[in-house]
Design a protein around this ligand. Structure first.
Ligand SMILES: Cc1c2[nH]c(c1CCC(=O)O)Cc1[nH]c(c(CCC(=O)O)c1C)Cc1[nH]c(c(CCC(=O)O)c1C)Cc1[nH]c(c(C)c1CCC(=O)O)C2
Length: 345
C-alpha cells in the first residue's frame, strides 16, 4: 500500500520535506471524547487494548479528528511484562499495578521470554486491521518500552517517584539485573520485528524513567540494551525517547537509530550540538503549553519550530499529552505546525 502522506518517514530518514510532520505522544486516548465513548463500551483499558477492532478504531481517531501525520498503535508498554509472565491491572485514577513482581533469582525463574505470536498476537492483529483501515493515509508507528523502563515496573510493580527498589536492585543484584534486562531486550526485539512485519512503518522506544538513573548506570543498564534493539531493527526508522537522559545525549547521538526524542526540559540548540547534525530530532513543546490560550500556543509552537529549523525535525510534545487537555488546543498546535513550518524551508 502506497502512503499518501509519508512526511514523517522522510523526516526520520533525514530527507527534505515540504513542512514539518507532527503527531503527539499519547494522542490515542483520553483527550478525545470519542475515545472515552469506545472505552466505556468495554470493561476497561486492558479489554480495549486486547480487542483488535476497537484498538484499531481508537488508533485512527486522532488521524480523523486531529489531523496528525502519523497514527500510533493503541496498546501499552506493559503488554511486554504481561507476555513474559507478569500480568498487570490498570487501576482507575492510579495507573498500572502488578500483583507479582521480581525480587530474586527464584522470581526470575517464574518468567520467560514472550512467545510474541501467541502472547501478543492481539497487538499484531490490531496493527494489521489499522493498516487496512488507514488505507495509506498516514504511516503507523509501532512501539515498545525500553528495557530499563519495563524493568522498573517488573521490580517495583507500580509507578513510583523514586523507583528506589529498581535502583537498589542494580547495586544489590547486578548480575540478575542484567539477566532480566537481557530477557526483556530479546522479547522486545522479537516484538518490534513482529510489529514491523504486521505493518508498522516506524517504531519508537519509550524510556520514560531514563531520568532517574545516574549517567554511568544509564549507560550500563539502559543504553547498552537500547543499542541492541537499534542494531536489530534494520528495516524501518527507529526513534529513541529517553525522558530526562540529559547526561547521555552524546551517547544517544551514537546510537544506530534515526531519531532522538527530546523532552521539554532539553535545550534544543544544546541537544543538537551534542547529538550532531545527522539525526532527526523529535519534540519538544512543554505539554502544559496546551493549557494556555490559543495565541500563546501559537507563539510557543512557532518559537519551537524556529529553534529546530526546517530540517530533520518531527514536531511533538516533550512527553505525552495530558488527559485533561482540550482537543481544540491540540488542534491549534497541529495547525500551527502545518501552516508555519513551510516558511522555514
Ligand atoms: C510509562 C508508560 C506507560 N505506557 C506508555 C508509557 C511510555 C510513555 C510515557 O512515558 O507516557 C506508553 C503508552 N500508553 C498508551 C499508549 C498508546 C498510544 C499513544 O496514543 O501514544 C502508549 C504509547 C496507552 C495508554 N496507557 C494508559 C492509558 C490510560 C488508560 C485509560 O484509558 O484509562 C492509555 C490510553 C495507562 C498507563 N500506562 C502506563 C501508565 C503509567 C498508565 C497510567 C497513567 C495514565 O493513565 O497515563 C505505562
Amino acid at each position: 500500500m502506497e502512503l499518501k502522506n509519508d512526511l514523517i518517514l522522510r523526516a526520520a530518514r533525514g530527507e527534505q520535506t515540504e513542512r514539518t510532520p507532527v503527531w503527539l505522544m499519547r494522542q490515542a486516548g483520553r483527550i478525545l471524547p470519542e475515545y472515552r465513548a469506545v472505552r466505556s463500551s468495554v470493561s476497561g483499558f486492558i479489554e480495549l487494548a486486547q480487542t483488535p477492532e476497537l484498538a484499531a478504531e481508537v488508533t485512527i481517531q486522532p488521524v480523523d479528528l486531529l489531523g496528525v501525520d502519523a497514527a500510533i498503535i493503541f496498546s501499552d508498554i506493559l503488554v511486554v511484562p504481561e507476555a513474559m509472565g507478569l500480568p498487570y491491572e490498570m487501576v482507575e485514577k492510579k495507573g498500572p499495578w502488578f500483583p507479582n513482581t521480581i525480587d530474586s533469582a527464584a522470581d526470575l525463574k517464574k518468567i520467560r521470554p514472550a512467545d510474541v505470536a501467541s502472547d501478543l498476537g492481539y497487538v499484531l492483529e490490531a496493527i494489521k486491521i489499522t493498516k487496512k483501515e488507514l488505507n495509506g493515509r498516514v504511516p503507523l508507528i509501532g512501539f515498545a518500552g525500553a528495557p530499563w523502563t519495563i524493568f522498573c515496573y517488573m521490580i517495583e510493580g507500580q509507578g513510583s517517584k523514586t523507583f528506589s527498589k529498581a535502583r537498589r536492585f542494580l547495586y544489590t543484584e547486578p548480575a540478575l539485573a542484567h539477566q532480566l534486562l537481557q530477557m526483556i531486550t530479546d522479547t522486545t526485539i522479537t516484538y518490534l520485528k513482529a510489529q514491523i512485519e504486521a505493518g508498522a512503518d516506524m517504531v519508537q522506544v519509550f524510556d520514560s524513567w531514563a531520568g532517574i538513573l545516574p549517567d554511568d548506570h544509564y549507560e550500563i543498564f539502559a543504553l547498552s540494551y537500547i543499542r541492541q534493539i537499534c542494531e536489530a531493527i534494520e528495516d524501518v526508522p527507529v526513534t529513541v525517547f529517553a525522558k530526562g537522559a540529559y547526561g547521555s545525549l552524546e551517547s544517544m547521538g551514537n546510537l544506530p537509530c534515526r531519531t532522538i526524542g527530546l523532552d521539554w526540559n532539553m535545550d534544543i540548540k544544546n541537544a543538537r550540538s551534542i547529538i550532531g547534525a545527522e539525526k532527526t530530532l523529535q519534540g519538544n513543546l512543554d505539554p502544559a503549553v496546551l493549557y494556555a490560550d490559543f495565541k500563546t500556543i501559537e507563539e510557543k509552537t512557532k518559537a519551537m519550530l524556529d529553534t529546530f529549523g526546517g530540517e530533520k525535525h518531527i514536531a511533538n510534545l516533550g512527553h505525552g499529552v495530558y488527559p485533561d487537555i482540550k482537543p481544540d488546543k491540540v488542534k491549534c498546535f497541529i495547525e500551527t505546525v502545518k501552516s508555519y513550518s513551510p516558511s522555514l524551508r
